[in-house]
Write a protein that binds this ligand. Structure first.
Ligand SMILES: [Zn+2]
Ligand SMILES: [Zn+2]
Length: 169
């Protein structure tokens, strides 16, 4: 991945801040309640993160969360419905609101890529909606549990827009 990342491992992306936010319609279902549902999700190595375990009626997004010292670990399923904060703990430790986690792929245990830092100071992670790992077609979330700034799943391009709007203009 090389120069896509800076020294701290953050994505280094040239973003056209004036371009319209595109929604990857082929990767997202709109259900009868007009909710956006993620159908595909991949780690940086291309493993599918979609679980057989259903949450909000759909196959959830499966991740491993550890604390920053690797002393606690939880196996977690996140709602694939955009904007829903529902999670299911499969097994492992309890994390409290305000704790910062590392998010790992449940298959290869690779840490997800970092899009930028949230206003709360924690990393914002991204996972991908296609195997080409296009950051425009990613989903992002803050690594601080219960972060009020950006804890919901969001389209990464949408999150990038907001980030650049708040920090660069
Ligand atoms: Zn993986
Ligand atoms: Zn945050």
């Amino acid at each position: 991945m090389g120069e896509m990342f800076d020294a701290d491992g953050r994505l280094h992306i040239p973003v056209d801040i004036k371009s319209k936010v595109k929604l990857p319609k082929s990767k997202i279902d709109v259900d009868t309640n007009k909710r956006y549902v993620i159908k595909e999700a991949y780690c940086p190595n291309g493993h599918s993160l979609i679980s057989d375990t259903r949450i909000n009626g759909y196959g959830g997004i499966h991740l491993i969360f550890t604390d920053l010292k690797d002393t606690k670990e939880v196996d977690i399923i996140i709602s694939p419905v955009v904007g829903e904060r529902k999670v299911m703990v499969q097994k492992g430790d309890v994390f409290e609101d305000g704790e910062v986690i590392k998010a790992l792929c449940p298959v290869c245990r690779t840490e997800l890529e970092i899009l930028f830092d949230c206003e709360c100071g924690a990393h914002v992670y991204v996972f991908y909606l296609d195997r080409q790992l296009d950051h425009n077609y990613g989903q992002s979330f803050c690594s601080r549990i219960g972060c009020s700034k950006s804890s919901r799943l969001r389209y990464s391009e949408d999150a990038l827009h907001e980030f650049f709007k708040n920090h660069l203009l």
